[in-house]
Design a protein. Structure first.
Length: 568
């Protein structure tokens, strides 16, 4: 095999607090011409550092030893001018989160044009023609109209396609894709993987693919290098690695998949939350007077329910209305339609003009001062009612690092809700924090530490502890495992199952990872563009999907089998 990239005894050290921290420990691998090689491992294993070190894209605190030969040229210790010629030209990168890689202040045309001007000297109409060609190649619809768009005006999948277009702009021989599908829906993930495969074939490129998901590896890679703690512990042909893994860590990764079924829910279980005809439309306002000219129809007539000890899985692509539905149920966004929580009607008033009074008669709008005072006091009463209910409704978000204050200790973060809800027993607060930390699998002795001192899985446990210390009845889990390694996902799923069993929790579980949804959920709601297109018990939806859209989701998540999926 003709090697395009040869890595030998590569080691990377970071200077930190006067000490050298070894991030990569003498690894060796090759990438052949036209070949796809996957670097696989958990967070912190050294995958991304290894890839970035091939063209010295590391900070000044890093030092690199060993050998990296690209197309016969030594990259380690090469002059900066030589490295710049290779970066973006011969070796291009596609990163995990396109929203942080793209400049939010520049249009797509300007960002791609900058790369073309810098590397190829293309300007004017020639550059514009090349940009349209690139956007067409990566599957952007109506590319001429998209030239003046900004990153925030695109979906996640479209932004990733733009990143791929920028990476392809200068005809690279090697494309490094660093977790390019982690934050994407299953259908969009499948589209991006297909696109990368097609482009690799059409452009005769090599691909170095970095991921923690072995399911993706099997679909796209020719060879696999498994990394753990900065070392490659096993490498070989993809099918051989999957058929006969030799290292215990490889077997651990292959076995890291949420499986099993949730505990059955008794038929007489009490309903915790339910909706009837719930609708969330966001007004579009234009002009000087901000007149409403239309609506973004986020949720249309949703009727769902969840009981004690039950998990309602809400699935669908980005923008389908999953999170909006959950926020409406917890009264965090304004909605129309009936919402009941623990037997109490907590629906929003219909503009205040058509509200049912307690006697059952409609209150008519009135401009009198007495009515204004009446509405003021009703509003105050409603806020007090919601404040009482908030303790029983808690949310765990997708990115724990973004939802935890970096300036607060773990003790302060977890105990904050106790003070907000008047459970401010200062003498026992630390005991309560220690108890809940132990319950979610954290060492209580670490409560004085800050979020950045924990791993991703530990931070998610902190977020769960913050919600659980109030002993809620309903827990909304918004993509709580999507940013985590596969092994950590399994741990979080087991933790959630255990908490549900012990406390009779009702879960609203929002996710695009259908494997995790299948392991946790009793019932499934499938959403598309604000509508519930299918609903039913988990086994029925997974084994016999009734709509074409649900079958597409199943195919993207589990492979070619659109139906007949057996729940383990």
């Amino acid at each position: 095999m003709n090697a395009l990239l040869e890595v030998r005894d590569l080691a990377v050290y970071f200077r930190q607090d006067g000490m050298n921290v070894e991030a990569v420990r003498g690894i060796s691998f090759d990438v052949g011409k036209g070949e796809t090689v996957a670097l696989v491992g958990e967070s912190g294993s050294g995958k991304s550092v290894s890839a970035l070190s091939t063209v010295s894209l590391l900070p000044e605190s890093a030092s690199i030893t060993g050998s990296v030969i690209y197309s016969g040229r030594q990259m380690v210790g090469a002059p900066e001018a030589d490295l710049r010629k290779v970066r973006g030209n011969d070796i291009s990168f596609v990163f995990q989160e396109p929203m942080t890689s793209l400049n939010p202040l520049h249009t797509l045309e300007k960002q791609i044009r900058e790369s073309l001007a810098h590397h190829q000297g293309l300007t004017g109409e020639a550059a514009r023609t090349r940009i349209i060609e690139l956007l067409t190649k990566v599957g952007i619809d109506s590319p001429e109209r998209r030239l003046k768009s900004y990153p925030h005006e695109l979906s996640g999948g479209q932004r990733q396609r733009v990143m791929i277009a920028m990476a392809l702009a200068n005809g690279p021989q090697l494309l490094v894709a660093d977790e390019p599908t982690t934050a994407l829906d299953v259908t969009v993930e499948a589209q991006i993987l297909d696109l990368l495969y097609e482009l690799k074939q059409a452009e005769a490129m090599s691909l170095l693919f970095i991921t923690h998901d072995l399911g993706i590896v099997r679909r796209i890679a020719d060879r696999v290098c498994v990394m753990q703690d900065g070392r490659i512990v096993e490498q070989g042909a993809t099918e051989e690695i999957f058929r006969n893994p030799r290292h215990s860590y490889t077997r651990k990764l292959l076995g890291a998949q949420a499986a099993g079924l949730p505990r059955p829910v008794p038929d007489n279980a009490e309903t915790v939350a339910e909706t009837d005809g719930l609708r969330v439309w966001f007004p579009i306002q234009r002009g000087l007077l901000r007149r409403v000219v239309g609506h973004v129809k986020a949720v249309n007539s949703a009727s769902v329910s969840v009981r004690v000890g039950e998990t309602l899985g809400i699935v669908g692509e980005s923008g389908s209305g999953k999170t909006t539905l959950a926020l409406a149920i917890t009264r965090l966004v304004r909605s129309q339609g009936r919402i009941a929580f623990l037997g109490r009607d907590i629906s929003y008033e219909n503009g205040g003009a058509d509200r049912q009074s307690r006697s059952g008669t409609k209150e008519r709008p009135n401009d009198g001062g007495s009515i204004r005072f009446d509405r003021f006091f009703r509003l105050g009463s409603e806020r007090r009612m919601l404040r009482e209910l908030r303790r029983d409704m808690q949310i765990v978000f997708q990115d724990p690092y973004g939802s935890l204050s970096p300036r607060m200790t773990v003790e302060e973060i977890i105990s904050e809700g106790l003070g907000v809800h008047g459970i401010d027993q200062r003498g026992s607060r630390r005991d309560l924090v220690a108890k809940i930390m132990d319950e979610v699998g954290l060492d209580p002795m670490s409560m004085h530490r800050y979020p950045h001192e924990f791993s991703g899985g530990q931070r998610q446990r902190i977020a769960i502890a913050r919600a659980m210390i109030l002993r809620p009845k309903l827990l909304v889990l918004d993509e709580p495992t999507s940013a985590l390694d596969m092994t950590v996902q399994v741990q979080i799923v087991e933790l959630l199952r255990d908490l549900q069993r012990r406390h009779g929790l009702a879960f609203l579980f929002i996710s695009h990872d259908l494997k995790v949804v299948r392991a946790l959920s009793h019932k499934i709601v499938v959403m598309k563009q604000g509508d519930i297109v299918e609903t039913g018990d988990s086994r029925s939806v997974f084994e016999d999907p009734q709509t074409e859209y649900t079958r597409e989701l199943m195919t993207a998540a589990f492979g070619s089998r659109a139906s007949g999926i057996q729940v383990s």
